[in-house]
Design a protein around this ligand. Sequence first.
Ligand SMILES: [Cu+2]
Length: 498
Amino acid sequence: MNSALSTVSLTRRGFLAVGTGTLAAVALAACAAPPRYITPSGPAVRAAELARGGTGRVTSIDLVAAPTQIDLAGTIANTWSYGAIPGPVIRVSAGDTVQARLRNGLPADTSVHWHGLALRNDMDGVPGATQAPITSGSDFNYEFVTDQPGTYWFHPHVGPQLDRGLYGALIVEDPHEPLSYDDEWVIILDDWLDGVTGTPDEVLTELSSGMGGMMSGSGSHMLMGARSSLLGGDAGDVAYPYFLINGRPSADPETFTSIAGTRIRLRIINAASDTAFRVALGGHRLTVTHSDGYPVNPVATDAILIGMGERYDALVTLADGAFPLIAAAEGKDSNALAIVHTGSGGLPVSAASIPELSRTVLTASMLSATSDVSLPQRTADRELTATLTGSMMAYDWSINGRRFDPANPLAGALGVLEGERVRLRIENTTQMWHPFHLHGHTYQHAGGGPRKDTSIVLPGKTLTVEFDADNPGLWAAHCHNVYHAESGMMTVLGYLVS
Ligand SMILES: [Cu+2]
């Protein structure tokens, strides 16, 4: 644990040495001893992976990230994808090994992050922290043992690539599934502008220039005046011409066909970059059973609020007819749509709005983890604070007042020791909501709340969560608004060398 090969200094030079794989070249700081963190390729990470064990069964998949086109009800747009939009569903049983070979056919560096999984750190897909970027034309082999069953997903962790078509579902099935249902549908939500009004890189440049407010209305991508009381005010920064369910716009919706009385498990994933959705199925109530992959005590609701990066599973027993499944873009006055069709009955005449959207809307604060996944009672060994800082107009989004620097990713890192119970306060001092995401761990909202890895934190509010530091490595912690993260609202949770 204490050899130069297993540690990394906080210096820029030292970190870059690790990032390029020349571990022996790690340089130690010349001045005051900075915190030392274990490395993604070190023995602690290998030991944690060995302790995971697993079934030994392997699921292999080739993912090719490449330029493609998307058909948006007749409008053809150039974009990037993993072959289709959404990408392939990767489905394994808990404990199985995923082998995913990523071939980078993009004209840019990329990576794949396996969102929500407590996986081995060197497979987490964060260039600068856990691996070197996968350069254009090269390959990278991801291989890791899956841990907990649940609904997860994958996407790049490079620039605003997530706001293109690069995303897919990763479903880890429970070999002892306690829920009873007849079928399941994966519902992936997205906000879309790529190839239509511009590219995500152009959006980021515009937002970062601080000129967006002045330019709005004349070809600007900036959205002014999106308001949501559920989100505490400003709902989002970016104007999108389309909102998609499973890669399709409302004018050409996916139709799910089943028969009345069928019990369906919905696995809802928000893969958007700047949009929370309010999801409901006309004529039905939903029973929420999981948040971010982990079981909760079931709660019946009319609609669900889901921020970027979050997942909710819900059970629904289908009635007879045709029903709109609507994901209303929260505060943005537009919808994504799919159709659920059972037996008799024509398609719904109007799918613009359904009463369920304005009835009970479930948020994470209404949920509690089931006893089998609740963290055991324990006094916290360490308390950490991540204060979300910055503003929309300056676009200087940051954590603890520091904008993330990819060239010096451990500056301002949050340190923990393996084995600790950690209490993390996520304090939002900004005027906007943020979906905070911690890699490699599924914390529990304080007070017996749900297990989650991505949580909506409203403006002016503090969310307190706890987790056990049981997955050593360097873990990104950031806002899952991709434009906020790329502007600097990101830090690293690092395991200290003991
Ligand atoms: Cu944010």
